[in-house]
Design a protein around this ligand. Sequence first.
Ligand code: HEC
Length: 310
Amino acid sequence: MIFNRYVFYVLMVLSIVAVNLILRLSPNMAMKATYVWLLGFYFYTPYQHDSILYPPIPWTLFITYMMLWTIGTFLYISQDPKTFADFREPIVKTILGDYKIARYVVFAALPVLVGMGTYTFIYPKYPEPVELRTVHPAPPATTKVHGKTYTLEGLQNPYRIDEQDNYYEGGTHLPVEGKFPFLDADSVEYMKYVTEGGSVFFENCHYCHGDQLNGLGMFSHVFNPTPANFVDPGTIAMLRESFLFWRVSKGGPGLPNESTPWSSAMPPWEEHLTTEQIWKVILFEYWYTGWHPRTFDEESSSGGEGGGGH
Ligand code: HEC
């Protein structure tokens, strides 16, 4: 005799029957139905290490078999009113509270167990994959905004009047002491553009990039990738204004393939802002953070220069 899994299964069923006969147990209908159903479950289930049915059947087939098995069990239960009443009795008593402990188990312990089971089932069993994506991809050679084609190489911000940011008295980029910078908008042309760019920023960008430009706008928390933090030395501080012009105009949809998988929420602003507004908001971002944009003279090795405060 080969003591394989099927023989083992038949012996197990027989021993259950034998135990019942010897002890003269006469389980009621609900108990019998539970036995039969569980035996079918045990036989078909593909989830144990040594499943009885071998090779283990696919999940969908298992569901089909168990449905048939359940229907068969139910047909047996409901063959006449007597057996059906037998089957219902413990269920009704549990619900009505005659079986106190059973009632606790069914209405308290069971939901908790199901909840825990679901939790462990859907909890990921492996770490998130590392996403390798290019945050600052190489920009295209040219970009077309509002019908005009711009060559990015050498493209300057038309509102950056002084390359060295020396806008104030004594050739400094710092405002005159005691004077609030925005109030200089009348006397210093540069501050006029910065102020206009500031309006554009607070009308459109701060929801995501934050009112301190630190990437912590009120909507920022729901986005992955998160909105860029312009205060961080790793963003606009090491970029050229032409790069920003391209990024702000084209947004997330304009990113090239090497920046995927990467569903950036950054909108393509050319659809809402004029070219002038885009340049001015860029000017504002540099002015606010105190960074100086990378220029075309410095090459990649220098990584751009970071300005201090203003
Ligand atoms: C809906 C949210 C949202 C709004 C509104 C938004 N941005 Fe963004 N922005 C992002 C996200 C997210 C990123 C980071 C992913 C990426 O680079 O596309 C980003 C990136 C950027 C970058 C690239 C920075 C870098 O280091 O490459 C610039 C520049 C930028 N935004 C400027 C703006 C400006 C200017 C505005 C307003 C006119 C604006 N953003 C409005 C979500 C937003």
